[in-house]
Design a protein around this ligand. Structure first.
Ligand code: FAD
Length: 499
């Protein structure tokens, strides 16, 4: 299929967050590649914001993109939570804890701008090809071929599927795997990625009454609002529980009319003491409804095909301490996967004096990649999943915990739990990162001896986990009593304990 006397080459499918990061990392590592993006542009005016945690920022720093991205980012200041009436129940400084813990806070940037910055900072842009429609993917012992709709063929040694949640590469991988070893990809695995939530995503101009720095969550039953204001733009996410979960191979496309209808339904929802959603809607620049798929697959590779990003680990957006479906870790996790794969490929090529590895050797690399990433992604998903179950007030104790317990926990509690995930993230092992700021919590890869924080022994996962029946019952009972003590006690407690 391919000639022997050429360098190892990766064909990356998809030029989104993971695909563009792959080009950066491969260029730094000296790995030949091409990125095939279906759309005409890598930075379409879609979506709202993307938040980068310190571990994502550290990778972006290594890739040489961080200073450009920072110029277009803002850092949220306070985290606020409100009841459906708009009444404030929590107001803490968790983002400051994040900065103190890791030397770098949460970076919030418009998604379109983030993709543009990733593209603009590429040392060599000729690796990226847009408007590529893939017709077929072939692989054999010697290499891979990707057939494009214009009749051209891209040849290489490995296909990296960064083509998002509805991945064509993943479907091809499944077909190839099941042909080679009947039954290796089961229906159960195919249905792993599912959506229980949909999200109305709205980008607005500034809205003075909602401030210009804070992230706010407004709780309600089976849906909730999250919004972050910046000096120039506002990003609003409204999460709704779906009546029927979405699973592969269905694909839901919401129309502009659907978007308008949903916005109309919630127009009288309070966003603060003084603003309702209908007023926010008037400031919209763009809006859309998307399903929020979530799941981590077991098979990340087959033969010479490997996956990264949403095609294999999809995490829904939000923040772990808010009362909505959760965690803004999807894009950050895509960066992590690219880092791990690049480190392993580069080391293999160095060990072979840059000669192309055999199919068997490549398989070893991909197996290591899968096992390293799977453990971490399962942990993150579990952490997120436990909180998601607690949230949106599905069960009586969810409401108790989210309106009583969560607001009273100090900001440091959340920052430290999150910090234990952040500090364990991988980085490129061949680029110095010592000039990236550090904080109270050491990066795991720089200090194997660093002590865990005092909260980590409990762990948010364990602390809030619904499996911890005893703890939960005790918590519920505790807060039942608290509830009966009326609003006066609550208001006093919430005010007194704001971080
Ligand atoms: C509402 C919302 C908010 C989010 N907020 C955050 C956040 O704050 N922080 C965070 O870390 N994550 C966030 N995420 C998750 C994050 O956006 C994703 O995890 C991330 O975009 C995944 O990157 P990716 O490159 O794997 O996929 P994508 O970004 O989806 O990119 C896939 C690319 O592949 C292209 N493509 C698809 N099919 C083909 C094909 N057949 N051939 C060629 N190209 C193809 C697409 O055009 C696209 O450019 C959010 C997600 C949503 C829905």
């Amino acid at each position: 299929m391919v000639s022997e006397n050429r360098p190892f080459r990766v064909i990356v499918v998809g030029g989104g967050v993971s695909g563009l990061a792959a080009s950066h990392a491969f260029q730094k590592a000296g790995i030949h590649h091409v990125v095939l993006e279906r759309r005409a542009t890598v930075a379409p005016a879609e979506g709202a914001s993307i938040a980068m945690y310190p571990h994502g920022a550290r990778i972006l720093h290594q890739l040489g993109c961080l200073s450009t991205i920072k110029q277009h980012s803002s850092t949220p200041d306070r985290w606020r939570a409100r009841l459906p009436s708009g009444k404030l129940i929590a107001n803490n400084g968790v983002f400051r804890v994040l900065e103190a813990n890791h030397g770098s806070g949460l970076l919030l940037i418009e998604r379109r701008q983030f993709l543009q910055d990733l593209y603009d900072t590429l040392p060599d842009k000729t690796f990226i090809k847009t408007s590529c429609i893939i017709e077929d993917i072939k692989q054999d012992e010697d290499g891979v071929e990707v057939l494009l709709s214009d009749g051209s063929i891209e040849r290489g040694d490995l296909i990296l599927g960064c083509d998002g949640v509805h991945s064509f590469v993943r479907r091809t991988l499944w077909e190839h795997a099941n042909k080679t070893l009947l039954g290796s990809i089961t229906v159960k695995e195919k249905l792993t990625i599912r959506a229980d939530w949909k999200c109305l995503v709205v980008t607005t101009g500034p809205i003075a009454e909602l401030g210009d720095r804070d992230l706010t969550v407004v709780h309600n039953k089976n849906y909730s609002h999250m919004y972050t204001m910046t000096p120039t733009l506002g990003y609003f996410f409204v999460f709704f529980h779906l009546d029927e979960p979405w699973t592969f191979p269905k694909r839901t496309q919401y129309t502009n009319q659907d978007t308008q209808d949903i916005a109309d339904q919630i127009s009288n929802h309070a966003m603060s003491e003084t603003v309702v959603f209908g007023e926010v809607w008037k400031h919209r620049i763009r809006a859309a409804v998307v399903n929020l798929e979530e799941g981590v697959l077991n098979h990340w590779y087959h033969g010479r095909i490997v996956l990264a990003g949403d095609s294999v680990h999809k995490l829904i957006p939000g923040l772990p301490w808010q009362v909505t479906p959760n965690m803004a870790f999807g894009g950050n996790s895509g960066l992590e996967s690219i880092v791990t794969l690049t480190n392993l490929l580069r080391q293999t090529l160095i060990d072979r004096s840059w000669a192309r590895p055999s199919a068997k050797e490549l398989e070893k690399v991909l197996a290591t990649y899968q096992s390293e990433r799977l453990d971490r992604m399962n942990d993150i998903e579990k952490f997120s999943g436990e909180i998601t179950k607690m949230q949106a007030w599905h069960r009586p104790w969810d409401k108790l915990i989210s309106t009583w317990l969560v607001p009273m926990l100090p900001a440091r509690f959340f920052g430290d739990q999150l910090g234990n995930i952040i500090r364990a993230a991988p980085k490129l092992d061949f680029i110095d990162a010592s000039d990236f700021p550090s904080g109270r919590m050491q990066w795991k890869d720089t200090d194997g001896k660093s002590k865990e924080t005092k909260y980590s022994a409990v762990g948010l996962h364990a602390f809030l986990g619904v499996n911890q029946v005893g703890l939960l019952s005790a918590t519920a009972a505790f807060f039942m009593v608290f509830y009966s003590l009326s609003d006066i006690v609550f208001t006093w407690a919430a005010k007194g304990l704001r971080g």
